[in-house]
Write a protein that binds this ligand. Structure first.
Ligand code: C5P
Length: 225
């Protein structure tokens, strides 16, 4: 059997009914699907409790932790009761924070976030970085490797560069299979992202907005083209 393409569905909503529908309508046998819950859902009134009850799903908590080592570590300890398979931390939190978190993250895979896919070279200048995207991402990935992180989040444009320095899982958001890019700047199609070597794609709005079942089918058709 062919290996299944792996997709994390970004469950970005505060509405539990909507999230239940997203989970129901994305069940299928062609893809391997995991569910990503981020700042919006996990900070919503019922979000954390809902997550604590999900069974038999691959769960990605996109907390994008970005803080001093002690706070990063305490945050991971605070969510130990949740069965989280993947958890994000900004590589910009620094080597000491990354190492400290890796020490206590147990069987939760710790994902280093490089540079957000909503940023381009102009945005980096605005923030005050003097490296371009590719150089900055290579730099960040080397640090993630030093801290022995389990996975990397980057744009699918940078997978080839990342692979030079990092041999574990690569997860890529900023995926679009129609012309609507929303707030994303560094976008790639699902097919191209897998071709570049992504292990997992993160897809939100292109699947969760509109008819979810139809969107999943369009994704499968696109991948089979
Ligand atoms: O709706 P869309 O497909 O743009 O969703 C992408 C998801 O991936 C969002 O939940 C966003 O927070 C997340 N993400 C991202 N870029 C990163 C890291 C995470 O877009 N670098």
């Amino acid at each position: 059997m062919m290996k299944k393409n792996k997709i994390f569905i970004a469950c970005d909503s505060t509405n539990i009914l909507k999230i239940k529908k997203v989970i129901r309508d994305t069940q299928n046998t062609t893809l391997k699907v995991g569910y990503k819950f981020g700042l919006e859902f996990l900070n919503s009134r019922y979000g954390r409790n809902f997550l604590s009850k999900i069974k038999n799903k691959i769960i990605f908590a996109d907390l994008k932790i970005h803080d001093i080592p002690n706070t990063c570590v305490s945050t991971i300890k605070a969510i130990k009761d949740l069965n989280i398979n993947y958890l994000t931390i900004h590589i910009g939190s620094g080597l000491e924070a990354l190492k400290a978190c890796k020490k206590i993250s147990g069987k939760t895979k710790l994902i280093g976030v490089t540079t957000l896919t909503s940023l381009n070279n102009k945005s980096l200048k605005e923030i005050g970085y003097n490296k371009n995207i590719n150089r900055l991402v290579s730099h960040q990935v080397k640090l993630a490797k030093k801290a022995n992180l389990d996975a990397i989040v980057c744009s699918a444009n940078e997978v080839k560069i990342v692979k030079k320095f990092f041999k574990k899982e690569i997860i890529t958001p900023g995926i679009r299979f129609n012309t609507k890019t929303d707030d994303q700047k560094r976008v790639v199609t699902p097919k191209q992202a897998f071709k570049n070597g992504s292990d997992w794609l993160v897809i939100g709005r292109p699947i969760t907005k509109g008819n979810i079942k139809k969107n999943i089918q369009s994704l499968i058709d696109h991948l089979n083209q």
